[in-house]
Design a binder for this molecule. Sequence first.
Ligand code: ADP
Ligand code: MG
Ligand code: MG
Length: 873
Amino acid sequence: MAKWVYLFKEGKADMKNLLGGKGANLAEMTNLGLPIPQGFTVTTEACTDYYNSGKKITDEIKGQIFDALKILEEQQGKRFGDTENPLLVSVRSGARASMPGMMDTILNLGLTDAAVEGFAKKTGNPRFAYDSYRRFIQMFSDVVMEISKAKFERVLDEIKEKKGVKFDTELTADDLKDVIVQFKALYKAEKGTDFPQEPTEQLIEAVTAVFRSWDNPRAIYYRRMNDIPGDWGTAVNVQAMVFGNMGDTSGTGVAFTRNPSTGEAKIYGEYLINAQGEDVVAGIRTPQPITKLEQDMPAVYVEFMRIATLLENHYKDMQDMEFTIEDKKLYFLQTRNGKRTAPAALQIACDLVDEGKITKEQAISRIEAKSLDQLLHPGFDVAALKAAKPVGKALPASPGAAAGKVYFTAEDAKKNHEKGERVVLVRLETSPEDIEGMHAAEGILTVRGGMTSHAAVVARGMGTACVSGCGEINIDEEAKYFTIAGQTVKEGDYISLDGSTGNIYIGDIPTVEAAISGNFDRIMTWADEIRTLKVRTNADTPADAANAVKFGAEGIGLCRTEHMFFDAERIPKIRKMILSKTVEAREEALNELIPFQKSDFKGLYEVMEGRPVTIRFLDPPLHEFVPTEEDDIVALAKDMGLSVEEVKATCDSLHEFNPMMGHRGCRLAVTYPEIAKMQTRAVMEAAIEVKKEKGFDIIPEIMIPLVGEKRELKFVKDVVVETAEAVKKEKGSDIEYHIGTMIEIPRAALLANEIAEEAEFFSFGTNDLTQMTFGFSRDDAGKFLDAYYTNKIYESDPFARLDQDGVGQLVQMAAEKGRATRPNIKLGICGEHGGDPSTVEFCHKVGLNYVSCSPFRVPIARLAAAQAVLNNK
Ligand code: ADP
Ligand code: MG
Ligand code: MG
């Protein structure tokens, strides 16, 4: 019989896949002899089994749950549902990777009308007993029965108002009894049945709810954002309750062994006296900094610090811990490697290496490559920031600079972000439903909540600037405005947030670019020592190229020449070329373009100082260049001595039903070889001149796009070679050059062995290769892919993360076939995927020579390439 349930003492830290992160660490802490309320874990495999069994928990699994419960009852000396001394448990979700805020915990399970009386008598504290019961009813109804939490909050608020008190802690036992009666009535009104009075039924319902929550839309979205496969499932932890809400010698809190925003090596956290569970993060009352515990309960603080230090040394990483104090007795409820901002990640990694606790390799493998993105994005312009006067200040919950238009709901933020606006999300407090809006926002501002509130934790995870807990704000979310320092800010007004200081500004403060220095530079140097894959950039302008070199690019893997034609001075010339009726006229128009192209290429060669530069010849369908505005059409007609009707007719004739598969790529050069001639001349002259003027050793790399057949490549290549040789002769130069192709049509991958006879290098154009392999276009797929995610058909966007199963097979096959024909063929990738860490690892595994990505992703790719080496040792 399979084992579906593990007692905490049966598990270990390395059983995360089976027990989930929370369960594995609870087990590890139990075995370290730490004060952990005991319990058991229902495995992730049981979750998978639940889905495979048509969303049912089998009798076998239920049986194992009840067996474990019996053992727990014996350990605790309490019985489930007992009317004298009832056992209460929490039911906590916990997947392999932590998914903050995705699935809610249920506390105080096991309370019933009868058990609460026993509980009150046993503890001698009726107020506390009723408080626990009302919390349980509320959580169970919300999480398991999906009755909105807000309805219960309203009842509670009404009673608080009636009693003239501000905090729930001020309600008496009798008040709370009243709350319970009303809560149960609300439950019955919503569900049509009484609140369940059988604890085992409560338990199975709760476990089922956790399994079900694995597939809620928020969880699916989070998984997609973080590359977490849907078939991992979540484990469920059932744990004996300890109580932080027993009075003023009790409390609950969260803490990090080092500062998760800056990495500073100092304990960091918050706690609330007389509170339970999520009270700290929900921002209901303002918590105390952890250091205050030293005064409140000195002995508890000493014990807390002892265990915190022990845990950090044990896991050799910064820990994020949750604890509860029950009448001066300390319990740990969770530990995990803490989420941190990118600056903190670098600081902690460098410190741990310096403290001799981890190796450089361990440091490298721990930093999440994607998170480096945060460091590469702008901060505020120092002068502009100095000149601006903050209108308020709150908690610096997640560092970074953000300026944008204010929106008050996640949907509005998302919608306007999609329209291309920079948005700032302003909320009373955030909840897991807001995740997409938070993701869309440049920055987040909340009125309530501490440094460990939902907004703060999620923002730090996403690297989004966040200022939280700004009590000075009066907000009206429905009327869509807030006031601060006597000023009113309406929806659509600009504000700026400094997540590093907590300052809030009205207006749009300009930002400046980032640089690699300090810890960042140190880590990148370590990564460079380890990696074997080269990292190039996709850049079309000297400015982009220079930026990429600053970030460590070792060459240009893709220069899209068409981007050079949209300039106001040039577009009329390319239009003239397109509309030309004869080869001569076309050549004449193209000749006018040569000086422009040549100066573009010279600019790139100069910036790149002899590093390789791959120049891709014209790729898009020509209709992308033709005029659509009446004025432009008239001007063009005049310039060419044609009638407006004639110009319009020619433009119309260029229309294609499926331009993605139309007259583009090397097909342009097959029909108009003069285009390839012009571009070859510009490349060669630029290279020869820069070589002579600056002394750089330049070997031009000319890349022919969209090839599907060897003879097609050969045809264009012959044109290129003929022109290149002619230029060399004219200039008396013996410069070398390479001609290669993109592999972006499935047929090219299939026949890569033949194509390699003509190509000196391959560059995988995975954008086109993905569209053509899937048969859907990148520009249209957004419309239906969401339905594919919700229905779990695809789990991630194949345009963001390379589909290794399908498209990856083509890449691997083409690489092998190419090498079989030409052993020293150079292989790279230049699609958008080149900067995605999982794709970088794939490229490393199939033996490509380099990846090429946008300048801002170069450091990410460098780190990911080093991690690929470490993961595949
Ligand atoms: P999350 O994954 O959202 O952090 P947890 O399962 O850690 O959810 O539960 C949230 C909080 O509930 C914990 O930090 C702790 O304060 C409280 N909690 C959970 N289980 C217990 C328990 N057995 N006794 C007391 N408090 C608990
Ligand atoms: Mg937790
Ligand atoms: Mg392409």
